[in-house]
Every structure is written in structure tokens, then in C-alpha cells.
Write a protein that binds this ligand. Structure first.
Ligand SMILES: [Zn+2]
Length: 645
């Protein structure tokens, strides 16, 4: 996933939900519950005893009632347990049966006490030989993974739209499942949607609409359940190259195909670095604006945010990131959410290598430096907060929402750890090591501790290298030996910002071969260079100077969400009112948390802006996915429901 800057304030009640028992249940049922123990801090599933091997979903998507009616048919490996425990949240369980379809027998089940973050354990009575468990259920308004959009919120405005977001622990809100990344499963699905619409999953996908609205899916490689995904809408497919293409609403498919034209080249570049792409097909779907992330690496089908459509291919690194997840994250997966950096740190590192291979070291270094600025700011913020230990790569999120670990520590500190290692041992040896790592752990999950040992045995010891691995993994902040990236282009932009602030004319540029100066234009620099420029400007810069920049370069009218966000933040801090109408429009349209979070945070920090922020949020909240709503609710202390006890 490509996100940064997540607030971490969610409270968690007791984890112990299993003591609860409804008195109306039988004595036998009671035994089921008390025997059950919690094995992992973010799941109730007892996968050590009985675990899903294959999941088949029979689903009907009902846009009239905003609900999915479904049967989750779990094929289990049972080591002799009399209970199978699944995670559920916001689901209405109708019945549970055992056995083959059409030969099913009802069985007892008990739902434990609901926890506000984890949901509840669904304990199903089985016998020692049971391997097929069928859970009949429907989703509800509390199914937070699901984003149901009315036609007005789509580009075409004719059809409704639905997409899911499973990571980290939201799959349990639309599929009763053993929602732990350490269990990998294959899945298949039969999905019925209204005629005229198309369903897509993180599986082998159709490229055309069916006549009857029925679609069949197969995912034959084992994946953790957080990677099961569904999108339903009026969608069209456009092939980009061999084994890759894009989906979007027909109204934007040309634009999408243009922006992601380099998709095939990216796959070739990635394979050139770390070996064969293992998932056969790689497609990208561009979703509506409410999608809370830049991208989500659902296997075979990356979900992407329309804010990536900058019109100049300058935000393509997010696609490089999601593609890189086809190795780190999807092929080799964090065993728990405390090891999240194994997914994201490797991915940011690999993303940067893909960008370097396609667009050169200059661009890759600017990207890395922009991210490093964000890391430094966030490390400071976390260090001053309630959980300074969140700056460790290995996290301890017991009793907290795993989303709390989605900070730039996992992403950027993780990547800089690997960059520093690479610098120490040399790229050649490092690449052999990483390639070997992906091969050794492919289609498996691992913890930070297993990685640490693998690193020691396969890279450090053989090369007789001493490295402060423990300080990086289990220590706070950014270790002193962190690699320093030098980018003349980045420095030049900062210099330009300083010159501008000092009152110099930066809008006429000398060009070596020409006698006359030429006008400064936006397209002379990439997005990240402009970010470096804006970030360098002092927060108390004069309004006249901001007006002048807008007059010459029109930052406030630029449809680039990265620039817009940076500009709005500076504008709010400097008291520059001209940005207000554009910012309001932006907040009402875009649901990507990476942008919403810093803007709302900046507004919330200023008493005079807090009311304005709340008013805008009240009108925009329905346009955001639950993931973004939860974060912004906390920042603005908005409409907080009392936690369930
Ligand atoms: Zn990611």
C-alpha cells in the first residue's frame, strides 16, 4: 500500500472476547468458547489447529440495499480440532453448515463479544474430520472494507460503484475469514452483479462484460486474506502490453492508458532486478476519488487512485511501488502487522530501484529525498507522542489498531535500512542476497526475527561485515550510519526557494546556449522538485509572495494533488486566503488519506481554522472510505461514537 502519515490515536478495549458466552447456547457450545485461546493480537483465528486452505465465495452484490449476500465456503486442514474460529466484524451471520454443497448439515456457532477494532470471534462447532465449513452471511453498514458509491460519485454518473479495501484487518468486515497474514490461501468466487456492470477481483479477471452479470474468478497462488479484493462498476479494459493493461470507467480509460503507458517497461525493469514476475498478469484499475490510498497491491490487479493521473506521468512511482509489492508483500509477506516494514520497507526500496532503472538516478534520488524529509518529520512527531517505540522497525501493536503501524517508519526507515546495507556491501552482493531472499521465502510469511537471522547468515557473515542490524530493527529513530543521499537537483530547488524568499527574481532563467533569458515554467521541473521548493519556503512567508507565485506558476490551480496539498498547507500556515475555494473543492472531492490527513491536521492545529475544517468535513465525510473517515474523525474529534463494551 502506498500511504504515509497516519495518526495513531485509536483506542482498544480488552482483547479478551472469548470468555463471553450467551446463556442460551448448549453446554457443548460453552466448551467450544472457553477452550479457545487468542493466538495473535489482531486475530482470533486458531490457525495452529485448523486453517483455511481454499476459500470459495458465492456472492451477490445488491446495489439497492448496499449489501453483499454470500456464502464463504472454507476448505480447511483440520489437525483434530473441534472448533474453528474465524474473524468477523460488521457481518450478519445467518447460518453455518458443514459438508459439500447440496449435502450440508447445520452446525452450532457462537459469536463472541465485539471489540471495537478486532470485531468478534465466530466459533464454529466441527468434528475432528470436518474439512468443509460454509458460512452464510450478509454484509452490513458496519462492513468497513466496502465503499458503496452512488452514481453521482463516479466519473460516468450513470452506474453505482463498489470497491473493497482489506488491508490491514478489514477483510473480516466483508468475508468471515481467518484474517491473519500468516495464513495463505487460494480462492475462487462466483459473483453476481447487476447486468451492464463488471466485477473484478484480485484474481484472473474478465476483460469484457458478461451478458448475465455473472462472473467466475480463480486465484490459484496462495495469498493472505487481506489481499482478497473486489471492484464492481461500469468498467472498460485497455491492454497496454504483454500481460498488462488498465481498467477504469470508459470516460477516463484513454487518460489512464496514457498515464500508465510505461507499465510493461516497469515490469521488465522489475524482473531485471529481482527475477520473474510470479502472478502471470499485471493490471491496474483506477478507482473513484474516494479510494483512501494512492494504490493497493491487490495481486494481479493493483487498485489505484485517480489522483495519480497528473497528466504528465510524474506520479507513476506509485505504480512502481504497487508492482514492487508483487515481490515484497504479496510473494513474501509479513507474518504479523508488527513486521509490516518487511512488506513496505522492501517495497519502497524496490520501487526506487525500478524508478532508477527507468528514469535514472537523478529522479530516484529526488524521490528518496522527498520521502526522507517526511520520515524525519514523522520520527520527530512520533518521538514526542504517546508511543515513541513506533519509530522501531519491529513494532509492538498489541491492543492497538494495526493501522497505527502504517507510518513512514515502516516505509522509509525500512527502505533506508536496506539502502544503507546496500551501500555497505555493494549493489552486486546485495542484489544476489535480495533475489535469494525472495526465492527462499516465496509464498511464505516471515517475522523480523527470521529476517534478521537470514540476513546474518546469508549476507553479513559470509562477507565478514559488521552491521548495526539490531539498532535499525529494534532501536529508535534513524541510526547515525544512515546513508546520505546527495541530489544537486534537490539542492538547486531549495536554493531557488531561498532566492525567491530573499526577494530575487526567479522567474527569468538564464539558458547557456541562448542570449536571452527564458520564463520559468512548471514543466521545467518534476513534481518532487516543486515539492522541495514549496517545503523550503518559510511558514511565515508574506501573502504578496504567495500571490506572486500563484500569478506566475498557478500552484493553486494546478490539478496535481501532491503540489496542491503542499501548497494548501503552506497557504493555511501563512494565512493566505486565496487558496480556500480550491482547497474546499479538493477536500470535497478527494478521499486519499495521504492528502486529507496533513491538510486537516494543519487546519485543526489552528483554532481559527478548526470550525471551517469541521464544516467542510461534515459535507465531505460521506465521500470518504471508512479508512479515511476513522483517521479524520480522530483529528477533528468529529462525531465519535462511544466504543462498544
Ligand atoms: Zn505499499
Amino acid at each position: 500500500m502506498k500511504i504515509f502519515k497516519l495518526v495513531s490515536i485509536l483506542l482498544l478495549l480488552s482483547l479478551f472476547a472469548c470468555d463471553y458466552f450467551d446463556d442460551s447456547q448448549s453446554e457443548e457450545g460453552k466448551k467450544i468458547i472457553t477452550n479457545q485461546q487468542i493466538r495473535e493480537s489482531h486475530s482470533y483465528a486458531n490457525i495452529e489447529e485448523v486453517f483455511t486452505k481454499h476459500l470459495h465465495l458465492d456472492m451477490e452484490v445488491d446495489f439497492d440495499n448496499n449489501s453483499i449476500y454470500a456464502v464463504a465456503r472454507h476448505t480447511m486442514i483440520n489437525k483434530g480440532s473441534d472448533t474453528a474460529v474465524f474473524d468477523i466484524k460488521g457481518l450478519e451471520i445467518q447460518k453455518v453448515t458443514l459438508g459439500e454443497k447440496d449435502h450440508e448439515i447445520n452446525t452450532n456457532f457462537v459469536i463472541g463479544m465485539e471489540d471495537s477494532i478486532l470485531g468478534a470471534p465466530l466459533s464454529v462447532k466441527i468434528d475432528k474430520n470436518s474439512t468443509l465449513i460454509n458460512i452464510y452471511y450478509k454484509t452490513t453498514e458496519g462492513s468497513e472494507a466496502l465503499d458503496w458509491l452512488k452514481p453521482e460519485m463516479t466519473k460516468g454518473k450513470k452506474f453505482p460503484y463498489l470497491y473493497t479495501q482489506g488491508q490491514a484487518i478489514l477483510t473480516r468486515t466483508w468475508i468471515p475469514s481467518q484474517d491473519r497474514p500468516s495464513n495463505r490461501i487460494t480462492y475462487s468466487a462466483d459473483v453476481k452483479v447487476p447486468e451492464g456492470m463488471i466485477a473484478l477481483m484480485s484474481a484472473k479477471n474478465p476483460t469484457k462484460k458478461s451478458k448475465d452479470g455473472l462472473y467466475h474468478f480463480e486465484m490459484n497462488q496462495p495469498i493472505p486474506v487481506y489481499l482478497i479484493a473486489l471492484a464492481v462498476g461500469n468498467l472498460e479494459y485497455r491492454k497496454i502490453g504483454k500481460n498488462c493493461g488498465v481498467y477504469s470507467e470508459p470516460e477516463m480509460i484513454r487518460q489512464v492508458a496514457w498515464e500508465f503507458k510505461d507499465l510493461r517497461k516497469m515490469i521488465v525493469a522489475a524482473e531485471g532486478i529481482y527475477g520473474k514476475y510470479q502472478w502471470e498478469q499485471y493490471d491496474v484499475i483506477v478507482l473513484p476519488y474516494s479510494f483512501p490510498f494512492g494504490g493497493m497491491e491487490n495481486p494481479r490487479l493493483t487498485f489505484a487512485n485517480p489522483t495519480l493521473l497528473a497528466g504528465d506521468r510524474s506520479l507513476i512511482s506509485v505504480i512502481a511501488h504497487e508492482l514492487a509489492h508483487s515481490w515484497s508483500g504479496n510473494l513474501v509477506t509479513n507474518a504479523t502487522w508488527d513486521d509490516f516494514w518487511l512488506n513496505e520497507g522492501f517495497t519502497v526500496y524496490f520501487e526506487n530501484r525500478i524508478m532508477q532503472s527507468l528514469y535514472g538516478k537523478d529522479i530516484a534520488d529526488i524521490l528518496a529525498l522527498i520521502e526522507f524529509q517526511e520520515l524525519k518529520a514523522e520520527v520527530k512527531e512520533i518521538s514526542d507522542g504517546d508511543h515513541p517505540e513506533d519509530t522501531y522497525l519491529k513494532l509492538s501493536l498489541d491492543g492497538r489498531n494495526p493501522d497505527d503501524g502504517m507510518t513512514s517508519v515502516a516505509y522509509v526507515k525500512g527502505a533506508f535500512f536496506l539502502k544503507t546495507l546496500e551501500e555497505k556491501v555493494g549493489r552486486e552482493k546485495f542484489d544476489v542476497f535480495v533475489k535469494g531472499y525472495f526465492k527462499k521465502f516465496q509464498f511464505q510469511t516471515l517475522t523480523t526475527e527470521i529476517f534478521e537471522k537470514y540476513l546474518e547468515d546469508n549476507l553479513l557473515k559470509p562477507n565478514k561485515i559488521k552491521f548495526n542490524t539490531k539498532a535499525w530493527l529494534y532501536g529508535k529513530g534513524i541510526p547515525k550510519n544512515c546513508i546520505k543521499i546527495v541530489s544537486p537537483r534537490f539542492v538547486a530547488m531549495q536554493k531557488m526557494a531561498d532566492n525567491f524568499n530573499a526577494g530575487k527574481d526567479i522567474f527569468k532563467i538564464k539558458v547557456k546556449k541562448r542570449r536571452r533569458k527564458i520564463d520559468l515554467k512548471r514543466d521545467m521541473y518534476v513534481t518532487q522538485e516543486w515539492l522541495a521548493f514549496i517545503r523550503r519556503l518559510p511558514r511565515n512567508i508574506s501573502i504578496d509572495k504567495l500571490k506572486l507565485l500563484d500569478k506566475k506558476l498557478d500552484f493553486k490551480g494546478w490539478g496535481n494533488a501532491e503540489i496542491a496539498t503542499e501548497w494548501y498547507i503552506l497557504g493555511v500556515e501563512a494565512g493566505y486566503e486565496d487558496i480556500r475555494p480550491n482547497m474546499e473543492k479538493f477536500l470535497k472531492k478527494v478521499g486519499r488519506r495521504k492528502f486529507l490527513l496533513p491538510i486537516y491536521k494543519t487546519l485543526a492545529n489552528r483554532p481559527t481554522d478548526l470550525k471551517w475544517a469541521k464544516d467542510v468535513y461534515a459535507e465531505s465525510r460521506a465521500n470518504y472510505h471508512a479508512v479515511s473517515q476513522n483517521t479524520i474523525d480522530e483529528i477533528l474529534k468529529f462525531n465519535l461514537k462511544p466504543a462498544k463494551v
